[in-house]
Design a protein around this ligand. Structure first.
Ligand code: NAP
Length: 248
């Protein structure tokens, strides 16, 4: 069953990892996919081609989610290219881990701007379109670290916890206009990035998870399908942990 047939979706940071997984699963469900990248042009163009071959409309845009002006220009362009926007997935994110003692101001600011300010930029830019349509679904990619905290990730945890407060506030503000806003808190998701880690360390992480495995980008993408589709028509302001039971 195609749950997103005909819906126009924008996903930030889909050139690799979880964002790429979301773009692929959304296209399988019939969504037209606009997506952004920061610097990975070749993988982004390859993904655009693969998604188009699946029979949906797909387009890659180079856009820095941390820039208010670029987010405004991006949404204007996507509205022109796709006519409407039904779903926004705020996925772009970075880490710059360090103990607080060694964390520079620049590394704190960069993580807050790319992870947290970006969702303000994108939501502000898209809200006019969704208000006019009187419908929309916004999904913010938080993290279990935003719920629980993590030593060595004060900047990242603050940005991900901030996303949860933003999500709940937007849900309360825009609910009367049929615009929903939810967050996903992934646990340990295995991507190309984690493939570079020491196998013994990764095995230790897997063993600590009740479901005894790391998550896949598809696991996170399936939760996004739920929030993006009409299956969740009466669900807003929620945080869904996709973590194999890690926080339970
Ligand atoms: P990833 O593999 O590092 O991919 C990050 C994506 O974001 C890339 O497409 C990158 O584009 C894009 N990006 C980075 N900075 C950007 C910017 N300023 N503007 C626009 N796009 C930008 O990360 P991931 O592991 O898939 O994680 C995706 C999201 O899930 C992040 O928000 C992350 O915090 C969250 N998350 C991940 C995990 C995990 O275990 N992996 C767990 C919890 C939460 P380029 O390729 O062009 O740089």
């Amino acid at each position: 069953m195609k749950l997103l047939e005909g819906k126009n979706v924008i996903i930030t940071g889909a050139s690799r990892g979880i964002g790429k997984g979301i773009a692929e699963v959304f296209a399988q469900h019939g969504a037209n996919v606009a997506f952004t990248y920061s610097s990975s042009e070749a993988p982004a163009l390859a993904l655009e081609k693969d998604l188009s071959a699946m029979g949906v409309k797909a387009k890659a845009y180079k856009s820095n989610a941390a820039s208010f002006e670029q987010a405004e220009a991006l949404i204007a362009e996507v509205n022109k290219d796709f006519d409407s926007i039904d779903v926004l997935i705020n996925n772009a994110g970075i880490t710059k881990d360090n103990l607080l003692m060694r964390m520079s101001e620049a590394d704190f600011d960069a993580v807050i701007e790319i992870n947290l300010k970006s969702i303000f930029n994108m939501t502000k830019a898209v809200q006019r379109t969704m208000l006019k349509q009187r419908k929309g679904s916004i999904v913010n990619m938080s993290s279990v670290v935003g719920v629980k905290g993590n030593a060595g990730q004060a900047n990242y945890a603050a940005s991900k916890a901030g996303m949860i407060g933003f999500t709940k506030s937007v849900a309360l503000e825009l609910g009367s206009r049929n615009i929903r806003c939810n967050a996903i808190a992934p646990g340990f998701i295995e991507t190309e990035m984690t493939a570079k880690l020491d196998e013994k360390v990764v095995e230790g992480w897997r063993n600590g998870i009740p479901l005894k495995r790391g998550g896949t980008p598809e696991d996170v993408a399936n939760a996004c399908v739920y929030f993006a589709s009409d299956l969740s028509a009466y669900v807003t302001g929620q945080v869904l942990n996709v973590d194999g039971g890690m926080l339970t």
